[in-house]
Design a protein. Structure first.
Length: 197
């Protein structure tokens, strides 16, 4: 119970700083439903908790060298997928915030262009930073740290297509879903985590 109380405290602190439930979920690597449950203090009422798994990869994220090793593994997966599908990839899209450092090392390792994507929540379209490459006319791999529900990745795929790019692979450190594809785009992850009931 102490872990849940600590998560609820962290969620509340982030909410008080003005973060939305979705932003808190991204920061804590939880589903939005779990964050809503924590903020409503459902755990204190012994209400049924949503099925979720908390992912923490701080041991890797603290040191750039370790992030570069994640990127090396992902580069191998991208090479494997491009060989299997015979699709040439030119760019990598890093989803803000946690996908950006991984995508940066990956772009360097594979000599790809780097594209930075900032998702918006609700029905709003995300934005691509004008300081980096554009998605227009390019086959891209979309990188994030954790796929919790697939919502953020789905929005990124939609926005890449809307801006003239072709998403050919979605890649994450951890996939918490059972999905092998999102919106027709293959999903790969270094680790797949799910609850078995």
């Amino acid at each position: 119970m102490k872990d849940i109380e600590e998560l609820a405290k962290q969620a509340l602190e982030l909410k008080q700083k003005g973060m939305s439930d979705k932003e808190i979920a991204t920061e804590l690597h939880l589903s939005t439903q779990t964050v809503e449950w924590l903020l409503s203090k459902g755990f204190e009422k012994k209400g049924p908790a949503p099925r979720d798994i908390k992912i923490g990869w701080r041991s890797i994220g603290v040191y750039p060298y370790r992030i570069s090793k994640l990127a090396d593994i992902m580069a191998d997966i991208i090479f494997e997928e491009s060989q299997r599908t015979n699709i040439e990839i030119s760019s990598v899209v890093g989803i803000a915030i946690n996908g950006i450092p991984i995508a940066t090392f990956l772009a360097e390792a594979m000599n790809y262009e780097l594209i930075i994507y900032r998702p918006q929540h609700g029905n709003n379209e995300g934005t691509f930073s004008s300081n980096f490459a554009s998605v227009a006319g390019k086959n891209v791999v979309i990188i994030d740290d954790v796929i919790s529900t697939g919502e953020t990745m789905s929005k990124a795929i939609h926005d890449v297509k809307k801006n003239g790019g072709t998403p050919v692979l979605a890649l994450a450190v951890v996939n918490k879903t059972t999905k092998d594809e999102i919106d027709g785009v293959p999903v790969r992850a270094l680790i797949r985590s799910r609850i078995i009931e």
